[in-house]
Design a protein around this ligand. Sequence first.
Ligand code: ATP
Ligand code: MG
Length: 231
Amino acid sequence: MLKVEGLNVRYGKSHVVFDFSVEVEDGELLAVLGRNGAGKTTTIRGIVGLLPGASGKVSVGGRDMSGWPAHRRTRDGLAYVPSGARCFQNLTVDENLEIAAHANGNDRSWTKKRVWELFPKLEPLKNNLAGGLSGGERQMLAVGRALMSNPRVMLLDEPTEGLAPVLVQSIGTLLGTLKSTGVSILLAEQNHQMALRVADRAAFIEKGRIVEVLPTARARDSEVLHRILGV
Ligand SMILES: Nc1ncnc2c1ncn2[C@@H]1O[C@H](COP(=O)(O)OP(=O)(O)OP(=O)(O)O)[C@@H](O)[C@H]1O
Ligand SMILES: [Mg+2]
């Protein structure tokens, strides 16, 4: 389970995220929705430990990670898939997965074989440089890399950005599959339709503050979508 308590983030003097607190259960997907500039990316990067101006408490499975550097958080249960699906462009697909691997000594560990099974389109490309992949292929590789760290919690920042509708669908299906493996997922999305198809709850943020947390069924046909997202 992911628990975030009182996350505040500042860029220098500019206070961008205010008292962000959520709990995401094992196997639960929480969508974080908000307009451009609302603070979704900053919230995620704050949870991952990438921002020096962040304060607050982050724990995974009861383990307090507050104050840990990002590399230690991502080694011990948090996986981050940044927007734009950044990978090592000059390494092959295979090498990108290899260096992301973190054994956790249990046989349900993710392996390259399991990643190929999940993304059959990726395997024939395994000796290609990541820099030459299409946007959708790179997104699959980014998710595959995150899985290779055997996370308990996945934080995804706009994984459907720039993807064709058919790939948006497959990311949605994938997130559903991941949930069923017990991973807790926090998903920041502009594509609220896709997010609300797979989410259990949605947290709406406006100007860096959570203004509403709703079960998905209520979020879907809510005036909140109109009021906060303007859709
Ligand atoms: N490095 C930075 N330095 C100063 N301000 C920043 C920095 N990065 C982001 N901001 C500001 O913080 C606010 C939140 O930005 P953030 O990128 O978290 O929003 P977002 O919800 O992810 O937006 P989008 O939907 O466009 O991705 C914005 O006002 C943005 O201009
Ligand atoms: Mg963003």
